[in-house]
Design a binder for this molecule. Structure first.
Ligand code: 6PG
Length: 466
């Protein structure tokens, strides 16, 4: 028997879906799993594809089954399990071999692991995989960080299994070491912001315009045929049509309003702040999930503070325009974070390429990403999408709606943390002259920190020090 082209370690949901996807594309895949008893059921599930899948219970046999230089994809929980696996597998590898971490890993850990493996001439790839189980099985979007050597090894396989937007595969080599995992982290930050914006718009339709879930679902379905087209709008429309089999109530009504989070959204915000940026809509989305988890406090506070909300004055059409403005602003913040990281870590990220591989397969795929890909064909300093003439025009058209929605929501007591953060950012960025002169004056008065004068170089102090 010939050697396998790639090994997949970890036959959980994502690992098995990727292995099956590879087998379906004619790739010979060696597979294994920490719990050996997962392997046989996986092979049965594989059906005809089992012919291309080569199961091994022992790690050494799994490694020996691979063509050299080897490529091994790990689909296991990120963090300590990855370090433990590397310790076990490194003695079995040879110079030139590549290990891929396809989980949602912290890019700092990816950089550390890449540096450690490089000492033995081994290659470590941090690969963001988006699209959930269906994406992994039938075409994910993949964000690859690692050496050019690894990219040469893996790109035929990844190109074969990737999602396609028109004819173009949604996978790219984005940079060295942690670049792929960083881009995936920001993808998730944007995902959080877009989901939060959808939740806010849904809540305004429900509680501000008193529409029932089925009607809201129909609106989302209609929106999905226009500029708001996206996977998240599509699934929102669908999920709103479901009734709870137990009670007959709309399914969405019986789900506890406390959101989970595994960490990637939070990382995107932490990294933004670390680099002196503020992706306020991403932060609002992370924060809103945290507040949502304080269900008991909110219930107690409702009794103390009064929880009534009023009607809003904004039609569904106005809400749709506000949504589009907010979506553009969230992406603009996300790409700004990518631009900072690219500079900080010397990655030379290609923002156009990132937008292109997000157009299909991933959770944030949308019509907007096609426009963003086109916007990056032009010259946008520091990745600032708000400077693109086309997007700026859409913002000029839709921001009045965002203003109306936020104003009316605030007036009626509806929480709109992401929509209002987006508007505040837009209003801050469009003013060539803001309010930070006051901050500078205060800093100088209490701490002698100094300030720059308009049109004059150097550090100055106010007359309060004379
Ligand atoms: C994707 C998703 C995926 C996942 C995250 C979201 O791109 O396919 O982002 O990676 O859904 O786990 O995580 P939370 O549990 O933090 O929402």
């Amino acid at each position: 028997m010939g050697k396998a082209q790639i090994g997949v370690y970890g036959l959980g949901t994502m690992g098995s879906a990727l292995a099956l996807n590879m087998a379906e594309h004619g790739v010979d895949v060696a597979v294994t799993n920490r719990e050996a008893d997962w392997i046989a059921p996986f092979m049965t599930e594989a059906g005809d594809l089992a012919a291309r899948l080569h199961p091994h219970e022992e790690l050494a046999a799994f490694v020996a089954a691979l063509a050299t230089p080897r490529v091994i994809l790990f689909m296991i929980p990120s963090g300590a399990p990855m370090d433990a696996m590397l310790e076990q597998i490194m003695p079995l590898l040879a110079p030139g071999d590549t290990v891929i971490d396809g989980g949602n890993a912290d890019f700092h850990a990816t950089r550390r692991r890449a540096a450690a493996l490089a000492k033995q001439d081994l290659h470590f790839v941090g690969m963001g995989v988006s699209g959930g189980e269906a994406g992994a099985r039938h075409g994910p979007s993949m964000m690859v960080g690692g050496s050019a050597h690894s990219w040469r090894q893996v790109h035929p396989i990844l190109t074969a299994i990737a999602a396609r937007y028109e004819d173009s595969p949604c996978v790219a080599h984005l940079g060295p070491d942690g670049a792929g995992h960083f881009v995936k982290t920001v993808h998730n930050g944007i995902e959080y912001a877009d989901m939060q914006v959808i939740a806010e718009i849904y809540s305004l339709l429900r509680n501000g315009l008193a529409l029932p879930p089925a009607e809201i679902g129909a609106l989302f379905e209609a929106w999905n045929a226009g500029p708001l087209r996206s996977y998240l709008v599509e699934i929102t429309a669908k999920l709103l049509t479901y009734a709870d089999p137990e009670t007959g109530h709309p399914m969405v009504d019986v789900i506890k309003d406390a959101a989970g989070q595994k960490g990637t959204g939070r990382w995107s915000v932490i990294e933004a702040l670390r680099m002196g940026q503020s992706a306020s809509m991403l932060e609002a989305a992370v924060g809103a999930r945290s507040w949502s988890s304080e269900k008991e406090t909110r219930q107690a506070a409702e009794a103390v503070l009064g929880g009534a909300v009023g009607a809003i004055e904004a039609s569904p059409d106005v809400l749709a325009e506000a949504f589009l403005a907010a979506r553009i602003l969230a992406h603009a913040q996300g790409f700004r974070v990518l631009a900072s990281a690219s500079e900080e870590y010397d990655w030379s990220l290609d923002f156009g390429s990132i937008a292109r591989i997000w157009r299909a397969g991933c959770i944030i795929r949308s019509a907007l990403l096609d426009e963003i890909a086109i916007a990056f064909e032009g010259d946008l300093p520091e990745g600032q999408l708000i400077l693109d003439p086309g997007l700026a025009q859409t913002l000029a058209r839709c921001v009045p709606a965002l203003r109306q929605v936020v104003g009316s929501a605030v007036h009626g007591g509806h929480p709109v943390p992401a929509l209002s953060a987006g508007l505040a950012w837009y209003d801050s960025m469009r003013l060539g002259h803001g309010s930070a002169n006051m901050i500078q004056a205060q800093r100088d008065m209490f701490g002698h920190h100094g300030f720059e004068r308009l049109g004059q170089a150097g550090l100055h102090h106010g007359p309060w020090w004379d």
